[in-house]
Every structure is written in structure tokens, then in C-alpha cells.
Design a binder for this molecule. Structure first.
Ligand code: ASP
Length: 356
């Protein structure tokens, strides 16, 4: 079986979609110690798509599949995984009309957010998808997700990294995994859908996309993510009773260069001077600190309550309504580049790819 869809061999690659299979439940098969990524994805994907009604099969764009040599459960993904996918897309960019990335769902929204920062100014679709159940399992959501991802990857006006899942197209830098079992596993809590499946149609809402704002050639930033692959960034979610020594245990470590804080509601933390002292000390040492809310919906407004008042003075950057994925991968992306602290801070506060 060739890695091409039936039509693909007769059209130039520039009209094909490149499907990159990285692993995840969608391609998993039962092994002795449980589900693990399985091979032969090209033929398995073609077999699944062959089950679609003929008219839907015929409306699929021609595609070609490559599989990573090491297939992973996405719980094992690291910043180096994000880097590898971005570089592979960059290497093949002009050879294909669009890209579909097949990925495990556990960290799919992290990869999508990271790709968005690395592929700034993207001039064609990159659609990330996966499924909650393996391709061959009865009632699997895999076929719908593959079909929708291919359909949206063939829309030239979609010019950003998006996630297609359960009939919905979400901005990659706005998505979270919201359900551990349901097919409708992803949400975009603070930004409307970029598109959706309506019957047999796949509708892209052009006015919500980045495509209209893209100017000139892609301006990809592909820094060396090895610089942020050894625990340089931490994520600290508050809990009632958090103490200064606990915060300090993370932030005083010289290996830590940045931290994402997840605060209460609109951006509050306990009204305790010693907590703010720890934060001020860390920012004074040049660490990049950012805050978002523990609530999936809404935004932080640092200083709206007395309980969060000292945060800006302590140098903490407001992450507004960003998802944890978007805020964390943005810190990683900025810290992987040789920018001054001021530039890093300024770029964090700017919307780079519609993430805030
Ligand atoms: N553990 C799997 C993964 O993220 C879950 C999935 O794909 O749904 O690779």
C-alpha cells in the first residue's frame, strides 16, 4: 500500500495534504501491557475512510501520509516534540496545500498552541486531530475526525494552526482538553469556533480566522527548544493554604527561568506579603512570571481586588484570557529565543497568533 490516497498520485504534491502521524489513541492497538501506538497507519486510515459514503469519499482532498519512526502516547510529548513537528512542517511547507497532524489527545492542545507560535504568519492550514477511541474500535470517533481534518486542511483561506475534533474547528492557541472520555473532548472557552461540520458540509468562518490578517510571507520562528526542555518553566496552580516556602521552593531554583501562575478567579492570590515577596524576588532575578486564572472562562484583571493588587508591582504579567496551554507554550517560545527580558515581557503581553 502506497502512502497516498487513491487520487493523490495523479495530482502534484502542491495540491495534496500531508498527513503526519505522531501516535495517540487514534492509531493505538492492544498490546500485552495495554493500548500502545500501532503502525501501518496509511492503510488503516485508508480502510477507515473507505467506509464513508461514496460522495463523501470523493470529496476528500488527495493526501499523503508519513509516520514518525517513534510513535508516542502524547503524554510523553515534550517541547522537543513540538519543535520536531514545527520543523517538519517548515521543511515541507511549500510542497503541500495543507497539513494534518495526527496526535494523541492528552497533550494535543499543547502541541497545537506551540505550533501556532512557531509557525507565525502561516499561509495555509495546519489541522491537528486525534480521537478518543482507536480507529478500529466500534463506534470510534476517529473516522469523523480524520474526515473533518482533511476537509479543513484543504481550505486555503484557513491560514493558522487549528484543531478539528467532534465536528468543531478550534483555534489551536485557544483550545483546552475539557473531557477525559467524551468524543467532544476539546473546547475553546474564550474564542468562538473557527468552523464546524454542518451535515456533510465543513464550514469555515473566515471572519474569525487569522487568514485575513496575514501579510506577506510566513515569518516562522523556530528557536532551539532544547533551551526549555529541562524544566526551565514551571506551572503553579494555587490551592487554599499555599505558603511562601512552597512557592519559593519552585521559584528560587536557578534552573527555573519562567513560571505560569494559575490564580483564583479574576487574578487573586492570598493577601500575604510574603507570597508577593517571593514573586518580586523571582522577577527581580529576571524570571518571566505570568498569571492566568484557574477558571477556564474569563480573564484575569490583576489588581481588581485588594487580594491581587501587588502582582503587577511584583512584575507578574497578566495573561488575560489565555489558556494554560497557550500561556505556558508562549513562555517556552519566548524563553527559547535570545530576547532581552524587556522584549520577552512585551511580546508576552502582545497577541502573536490570536491567543489573547
Ligand atoms: N494517552 C493518549 C494520548 O494522548 C490519549 C489519546 O490519544 O486520546 O496519546
Amino acid at each position: 500500500m502506497s502512502p497516498y490516497s487513491p487520487l493523490a498520485e495523479s495530482v502534484p504534491t502542491q495540491e495534496r495534504i500531508l498527513v503526519i502521524y505522531t501516535g495517540g489513541t487514534i492509531g493505538m492497538q492492544q498490546h500485552a501491557d495495554g493500548l500502545a501506538p500501532g503502525g501501518d497507519f496509511t492503510i488503516r486510515m485508508a480502510t477507515a475512510l473507505n467506509q464513508l459514503p461514496l460522495a463523501q469519499q470523493q470529496s476528500l482532498p488527495p493526501y499523503e501520509v508519513i509516520s514518525y519512526t517513534t510513535l508516542i502516547d502524547s503524554s510523553a510529548a515534550t517541547p522537543l516534540t513540538w519543535q520536531q513537528i514545527a520543523r517538519d512542517i517548515n521543511d515541507q511547507l511549500t510542497a503541500y496545500a495543507g497539513f494534518v497532524i495526527i496526535h494523541g489527545t492528552d497533550t494535543l492542545s499543547w502541541t497545537a498552541a506551540s505550533l501556532a507560535y512557531q509557525l507565525q504568519g502561516l499561509d495555509r492550514p495546519v489541522v491537528v486531530t486525534g480521537s478518543m477511541r482507536p480507529l478500529e474500535s466500534p463506534g470510534s470517533d476517529a473516522l469523523d475526525n480524520l474526515q473533518g481534518a482533511l476537509q479543513f486542511a484543504a481550505k486555503p483561506m484557513l491560514q493558522e494552526v487549528a484543531i478539528y475534533f467532534a465536528g468543531q474547528l478550534l483555534r489551536g492557541s485557544r483550545a483546552i482538553k475539557q473531557h477525559s472520555e467524551a468524543a467532544n473532548a476539546f473546547a475553546s472557552p474564550n474564542y468562538p469556533l473557527l468552523g464546524e461540520r454542518v451535515g456533510d458540509d465543513f464550514i469555515y468562518y473566515l471572519s474569525r480566522g487569522l487568514g485575513l490578517q496575514q501579510r506577506g510571507a510566513p515569518r516562522f520562528e523556530l528557536p532551539d527548544y532544547r533551551l526549555v526542555n529541562q524544566g526551565e518553566i514551571v506551572r503553579i496552580a494555587l490551592w487554599p493554604g499555599i505558603t511562601a516556602w512552597q512557592l519559593e521552593a519552585w521559584l528560587s531554583d536557578s534552573r527555573v527561568k519562567g513560571a505560569l501562575l494559575q490564580l483564583w478567579g479574576a487574578g487573586n492570590l492570598p493577601n500575604a506579603a510574603n507570597l508577593l515577596d517571593v514573586l518580586a524576588r523571582a522577577s527581580g532575578e529576571g524570571k518571566l512570571l505570568a498569571a492566568i486564572s484557574l477558571c477556564p472562562q474569563g480573564s484575569v484583571h490583576l489588581g481588581a481586588y485588594a487580594a491581587g493588587h501587588g502582582l503587577s508591582d511584583a512584575g507578574v504579567l497578566a495573561g488575560d484570557d489565555m489558556t494554560p496551554e497557550a500561556a505556558f507554550t508562549k513562555l517556552a517560545h519566548l524563553l527559547a529565543q535570545p530576547l532581552t527580558l524587556e522584549d520577552q515581557r512585551q511580546r508576552f503581553l502582545t497577541s502573536l497568533v490570536g491567543e489573547r
